[in-house]
Ligand binder design. Structure first.
Ligand code: 13P
Length: 246
């Protein structure tokens, strides 16, 4: 099933989250042929869980720690997230990689921990502008995916991947659907190489300046299995239109 996910990043307080979900649920009621996911900040997960009760909309987190518990000030474990109804975690978002210095090895540990806990990770990968201009897009994507899945190659079907070119995020300058399609097809081929028993259950989402006008053209591409939406997911009306774009 296609997956349309909203990554709220560091936006919306708990009370704003309740208001959002109250407005959003009626707009997506009855939609059963696609998965809808909201990824609010940690502080909103509790109210979001409550507000989403009885609906098909799923709850995701934007980050996690890989250890079960302990002296890791400021971090949040997967058990804590599970208790709040979280079934997905975004791992390796470019903002975590480049603003907070998350290396591939850490991303690999987080993905491994998610798999152990039965939470589906959404692994984010994407090239920077200078890498694209140097013709390194496929090489960068391949390296990020191979390192993230190192030692857990047999579990490729238990993760989703978001292709988010760094230069397209929050820039109003999305990749063209055709260019994104090429990378998505490459990612799927790579997964089959990494895991000879790969069954193709990994969804590859596109993210980066998705809006109500371009969402449909991304979803029309053969290997684009969903969207990871940032800014345009912050308004319930706008996000519901993106959910319904195909
Ligand atoms: P924007 O949709 O705001 O470009 O952000 C994309 C993103 O980073 C989703 O994770």
């Amino acid at each position: 099933m296609k997956l349309i996910a909203g990554n709220w990043k560091m936006n919306l307080t708990p009370s704003q989250t309740s208001e959002y979900i109250k407005a959003f649920l009626p707009l997506v009621e009855g939609i059963e042929d696609r998965e809808v996911l909201l990824c609010p900040p940690f502080t909103s997960l509790c109210v979001a869980q409550e507000a989403l009760k009885g609906s098909r909309v799923k709850l995701g987190a934007q980050n996690c720690h890989y250890e079960e518990k302990g002296a890791f000030t400021g971090e949040v474990s997967l058990d804590m997230l599970k208790e709040l109804g979280v079934s997905y975690v975004i791992v390796g978002h470019s903002e975590r990689r480049w603003l907070f210095g998350e290396p591939d090895e850490l991303i690999n540990k987080k993905i491994t921990a998610c798999l152990h806990k039965g939470i589906r990770p959404i692994l984010c990968v994407g090239e920077k502008l200078e890498e694209r201009e140097a013709g390194l897009t496929f090489k960068v994507i391949e390296t990020q995916i191979r390192l993230a899945l190192s030692g857990i190659e047999e579990y490729t079907d238990k993760i989703d991947i978001a292709y988010e070119p760094v230069w397209a995020i929050g820039s109003g300058n999305p990749a063209s659907p055709e260019d994104a399609q090429l990378v998505h097809a490459f990612i799927k081929e790579l997964l089959s190489q990494i895991n000879p028993r790969h069954e193709g259950k990994t969804r590859v989402l596109y993210g980066g300046s998705v809006n109500t006008s371009n969402a449909g053209s991304f979803m029309a591409m053969r290997d684009i299995d969903g969207l990871l939406v940032g800014g345009a997911s912050l308004n319930p009306e706008t996000f519901s239109q993106i959910v319904k774009c195909f």
